[in-house]
Design a protein around this ligand. Structure first.
Ligand SMILES: Nc1ncnc2c1ncn2[C@@H]1O[C@H](COP(=O)(O)OP(=O)(O)OP(=O)(O)O)[C@@H](O)[C@H]1O
Ligand SMILES: [Mg+2]
Length: 245
């Protein structure tokens, strides 16, 4: 289980996360919604150990992110895909994917390369395995980014607006992959502005408002009168009417 308890995080005097509680159980898909600046990326970065925090705790399968000796184990269990692809430009798609399993997990290179090719095949990119990032489209690059995360065989996959830099067609390519992952049991924490898509794949929706997690409910409830009984959620959903839902 991935567990966030009473998480508080400030930048200077600006409190960005204020007592956030969240659990992610194996097999669950949980989407994190909320306005720009509500703290979604900061939450993901704290889970990764990329940001320190003042109060609360984060554990990944019991390993405490705030304890230097446990951080590496916590990180091994989760992998993050960000909006920007961050692929190494001098390495091919398959080399990008194989790098961390070989360097970090010390796994045999030939075996890892074979797995990387199989992952690329899963996302429809077998034919681009030996291309460099500059030779790939944005959607293709992001699919490589997802493969790179999956190559670490994480228990938890964290996705932070992985489609927001993509045009609609490329977005659809990437969402198709995520849908397959969601329906085949991949545990995901999914930060997104793709509300209709979040609705279609998530078991639960959580909603952040100015650093406070003000809703955490089954997806059907969030999009029903129960979600709308929270004025902030009602306002958020009313803006989307017709557009995304
Ligand atoms: N390194 C930083 N230093 C100072 N303030 C920061 C830093 N990173 C984020 N913030 C602030 O923290 C708040 C939350 O930012 P965050 O990036 O987590 O929001 P978000 O919900 O991911 O927004 P978006 O939907 O636009 O990606 C914002 O007010 C942002 O300006
Ligand atoms: Mg963000």
């Amino acid at each position: 289980m991935l567990s966030v308890n009473g998480l508080c995080k400030s930048f200077g005097t600006h409190k960005v996360l204020d007592g956030v509680n969240l659990t992610l159980n194996p097999g669950e898909v949980v989407s994190v919604l909320g306005a720009s600046g509500s703290g979604k990326s900061t939450l993901i970065r704290c889970i990764n150990g990329l940001e320190t925090f003042e109060a609360g705790s984060i554990t990944v399968d019991g390993f405490d992110v705030a304890k230097p000796k446990e951080l590496a184990e916590a990180r091994r269990r989760s992998a993050t895909v960000f909006q920007q692809f961050n692929l190494y430009p001098h390495m091919t798609a398959v080399e990008n994917i194989a790098l961390a399993p070989v360097e970090v997990l010390k796994r045999p290179k030939a075996e890892v390369i074979a797995e990387a090719r199989a992952l690329l095949d899963r996302v429809g990119l077998a034919h681009r395995a030996d291309a460099y990032p500059a030779q790939l489209s944005g959607g293709q690059r992001q699919r490589v980014g997802i493969c790179r995360a999956l190559a670490m065989q994480p228990r938890y996959l964290l996705l932070d607006e992985v489609t927001s830099a993509l045009d609609p067609e490329m977005t659809a390519e990437v969402l198709d992959i995520l849908k397959v992952l969601a329906t085949t049991g991949t545990t995901m924490l999914f930060v997104t502005h793709e509300i209709a898509f979040a609705r279609s794949i998530s078991h639960r929706i959580v909603f952040l408002e100015k650093g406070e997690l003000i809703a955490d409910m089954p997806t059907a409830d969030f999009f029903s009168d129960r979600g709308r009984s929270l004025p902030r959620v009602a306002r958020f959903l009313s803006k989307l009417q017709g557009e995304a839902l």
